[in-house]
Design a protein around this ligand. Structure first.
Ligand SMILES: *Cc1c(COP(=O)(O)O)cnc(C)c1O
Length: 444
């Protein structure tokens, strides 16, 4: 495993994160435990902000809160000067409860309900990213009822789809998200939105994919969005103050992964904006981005206790931990790969290749296939790295397993930011209808 952020191996051979010994964290909080390296979250946030400052363009860096949305995380985002993307009433509620500045909240999603739209208007959020024609009408109607004019970006699909090591330039017409530029629906959406009495059309939004390792997809998206904006300006006089280029910046999960530096992604985007908007836009639009994974992903580590193991001679050795797909569904969902280390014996040399299984009743509940570790024993502590994004956020109670606690660690201090669920939490919403309630025993 590679060490990143504040992770080190201390004199006792224990993995230490944020100045906290993981063996002590286990004693204090139990396992499974999500550990978040606060300094690394702040560092990643600053890398974005500083790279944009260097570009000279006006900007917002909006943290895509779906990656990891808790009250404390909203506070970190605010302290680092980020804006915040939300996609549901639950994420919006979290942001509001954290006291996040409402003007810096952006509401996304392809099926915002009337109740969610009302809630966001009541809160006074900064911007809606509008996804489809029904939403244009619905949002305008609700804004009108409220006597307000709301800021909107229109989500467009520029016909670029990016993957980790490749980008595909095709008709991305077949997407559940947004207005397609290629088939004319984006143009129609601009005309419609611009004519609505209670919408203030700020600009365009595009998001081309996730875990992207190269700049070409972003450059191509800028080029196409700019060409579209220029055409719109020439033909309709509508100009855009804001261009949002979404998220998707890649991170290193495995030793061999080679994402670019944050500053390289940002420079490619801002240079492309300068190049492609300059001719038609004397004032360049404000540029927004929406990193999620790259803000929190590598700052997260999940700590497990090793329980049982099963050695199938000549086949493989399974080592089971006290969590699994309930706290990290990504391997089961996407075949995502992770690295792990023995946190209580981090200096021991590699002795065996094992596969890490979860404790759920699914054969697919595997966290890592074939990882090289020192000899693993019951009671050892296993640390899986880069679990900060889309782990806690996607955690479930399958098998009625309690969701783990989350701690922030920083300079030797650890603080719970999400409590471990209790057994009472597990049944808290359950009800038994009267007709099947257990009757008091007659001969009691
Ligand atoms: C998921 C998402 C993001 C964040 O993506 P990451 O890969 O986590 O950076 C940003 N914008 C939109 C619209 C998204 O759907």
């Amino acid at each position: 495993m590679f060490l990143h952020g504040t992770s080190t191996i201390n004199a006792q051979g224990h993995l230490e994160i944020g100045g906290c010994d993981t063996v002590e964290l286990k004693e204090q909080y139990g396992t499974p435990l999500y550990i978040v390296d606060e300094a690394l979250v702040r560092q990643r946030s600053r890398e974005y902000v500083e790279a944009f400052k260097a570009s000279g363009l006006s900007f917002q860096v909006a943290y895509a809160s779906k990656a990891f949305c808790t009250l404390a995380m909203c506070r970190l985002a605010e302290e680092e000067g980020l804006s915040l993307d939300v996609v549901s009433e639950g994420e919006l509620h979290t942001a509001l409860e954290a006291g996040f500045p409402v003007q810096r909240i952006h509401f996304h999603g392809n099926n915002k309900t009337p109740e969610e739209i009302q809630m966001a208007i009541t809160a006074g959020i900064g911007c809606f990213v509008v996804d489809n024609f029904i939403e244009i009408h619905l949002l305008n109607a609700i804004a009108k009822d409220n006597g307000v004019k709301v800021n909107v970006l229109l989500r467009v699909t520029p016909g670029v789809e990016a993957h980790t090591h490749e980008y595909i330039s095709t008709g991305q017409t077949d997407s559940k998200f947004g207005f397609d530029i290629g088939n004319g629906s984006a143009y129609e959406a601009v005309s419609l939105a611009a004519s609505q009495s209670n919408l203030n059309l700020l600009g365009l939004h595009s998001h081309i994919g996730s875990q992207i390792f190269e700049v070409e997809g972003f450059q191509m998206a800028v080029e196409r969005v700019a060409a579209f904006a220029v055409k719109v300006k020439q033909e309709t006089d509508v100009t855009f103050q804001v261009v949002n280029l979404g998220g998707g910046f890649g991170i290193r999960y495995m030793d061999g992964d080679t994402p670019l530096k944050v500053s390289e992604y940002v420079k490619a985007i801002t240079d492309a904006v300068k190049e492609h908007f300059a001719a038609a836009y004397t004032t360049l639009p404000e540029i927004w981005v929406e990193p999620g994974r790259s803000i929190v992903g590598d700052a997260g580590t999940t700590l497990y206790t090793v329980g049982t193991s099963k050695d199938i001679p000549g086949v493989r050795k399974y080592v089971a931990v006290d969590g699994g797909m309930t706290d990290n569904p990504r391997p089961a969902l996407y075949e995502s790969k992770y690295e792990a280390t023995l946190a209580n014996r981090a200096n021991d040399s590699v002795e065996e290749t094992v596969s890490i299984a979860g404790k759920c009743c699914e054969s697919g509940d595997m966290l890592i296939w074939d990882v090289e570790l020192p000899k693993v024993n019951t009671g050892d502590l296993l640390a899986v790295s880069c679990t900060g994004a889309y782990n806690y956020a996607m955690a479930s109670n399958y098998n009625r397993i309690r969701r783990p606690a989350v701690v922030f660690v920083n300079e030797g201090q650890s603080d719970i930011v999400v409590r471990r669920e209790s057994l009472n939490d597990i049944v808290a919403n359950d009800l038994i209808p009267a007709r099947i309630q257990k009757q008091p025993s007659l001969n009691a």
